[in-house]
Design a protein around this ligand. Structure first.
Ligand SMILES: [Zn+2]
Length: 170
């Protein structure tokens, strides 16, 4: 008899839970990496080079005369964004924090909720003491009995990226 199955889905589920809380409490963030035309995998030197190039392009002193008010404002906003992006990404701590938020958002997107089911729609497996539910990919959602503490629990499929939200009460 194997008990290792629920562990993996529980880990993913916990990550999902954390992600959801973080993404919601912080609201939508600007994409600081794309503002600097950088990638999350870039090291600090690469990001610095990109920042230095962009900050010159958008610097108010570098703008050609005769810009319309709208254009000037647009460029100023870019300048402010580039400056802000660098402030966040150049600081090791705030970059790490931002990376975590980013990952949390990706996590949320990569595990879309496929269905809402109630506990009694799931199959009880007495051997493993888990509830299971078939995913349309052919995989399974496995809910460990211990994990049913809250009214709603998100469970990830054991073989694809879908998740379901399980309601305890019917
Ligand atoms: Zn699946």
């Amino acid at each position: 008899m194997s008990l290792q199955l629920p562990t993996y889905s529980r880990v993913k589920m916990n990550m999902f839970g954390v992600g959801r809380i973080m993404a919601d409490s912080n609201g939508p963030q600007k994409d600081w990496y794309s503002i600097l035309s950088a990638n999350p995998s870039d090291d600090i030197q690469e990001i610095k080079q990109k920042y230095q190039k962009l900050i010159l392009v958008f610097h108010p002193d570098k703008q050609r005369p005769g810009l319309s008010g709208g254009e000037a404002e647009h460029l100023l906003q870019k300048f402010i964004d580039v400056d802000q992006a660098w402030k966040i990404l150049s600081d090791e701590r705030s970059r790490k924090e931002y990376d975590l938020q980013l990952r949390a958002c990706e996590l949320k997107q990569s595990w879309p909720v496929d269905a809402h089911v109630t506990l009694d729609e799931m199959n009880w497996n007495a051997d493993t003491e888990c509830y299971t539910y078939s995913c349309r990919c052919g995989g399974e959602f496995i809910l460990d009995q211990e994990d049913i503490q809250e009214a709603e629990t998100v469970v990830c499929c054991d073989s694809c990226s879908l998740s379901i939200e399980v309601q305890k009460v019917t």
